[in-house]
Design a protein around this ligand. Sequence first.
Ligand SMILES: Nc1ncnc2c1ncn2[C@@H]1O[C@H](COP(=O)(O)OP(=O)(O)OP(=O)(O)O)[C@@H](O)[C@H]1O
Ligand SMILES: [Mg+2]
Length: 216
Amino acid sequence: MLQIKNLTKVFPDGTVALRDVSFEVQDGEFLAIIGLSGSGKSTLLRCINRLIDPTSGTILWDGVDVTAANSAELRQIRRQIGMIFQHFNLVRRSSVMTNVLAGRLGYVHPFWSLIGRFSADDRRRAVAALERVGIEDKADNRADQLSGGQQQRVGIARALMQEPRCSWPTSRWPASTPCSPTPSCATLNSSTSKTASCAACTSWTSSTAMPPGLSG
Ligand SMILES: Nc1ncnc2c1ncn2[C@@H]1O[C@H](COP(=O)(O)OP(=O)(O)OP(=O)(O)O)[C@@H](O)[C@H]1O
Ligand SMILES: [Mg+2]
């Protein structure tokens, strides 16, 4: 059984990803965690297997306090929890803006691209692309500080920078991505004449033989 009590996670930059979350999952019970992009689903899952430390609150896994577990206990707990991560081939340590500008590499002289010089026009395009996918406020964040869906949107903004003429396959657009101010799939699709398909949800199951089923 999993018990989450008053879980809060505040990142060093002040982002409150989880605020006082409490719930229980019995063995054999199936729980789907569904929420807006950036609402804290992955943060919750990362806290549960202590990939990150919660700011406060308690996580009990079969009665063992995960937040206080020593490394041997943690190994034992992690063996029972499968996770599937989101990957979007971003340069994780680089800023969102740098990742988006990388979409212009095909248009920039190799010398300037090597030293990371992009024109003011390219920067304007990058801001516009980020606005289009609704994450312009994250331009200066490192890519690995973004949620999975937000990283996915960086990938889309980068693709928009390429001004591709043919459809691009977007394997997973978070179903929960808000239509406003973020453009919905359909809006993005019609305004760019590109295809975009979608499906996303974060789910996990609690049982004695837990399958690798966490996604986020
Ligand atoms: N290391 C970090 N530093 C600062 N903020 C972060 C960090 N990691 C995540 N965040 C922020 O915390 C919030 C929750 O992120 P999280 O990854 O949990 O969202 P999510 O619900 O999984 O979203 P998605 O459906 O897009 O995957 C987001 O606003 C995100 O930008
Ligand atoms: Mg996520």
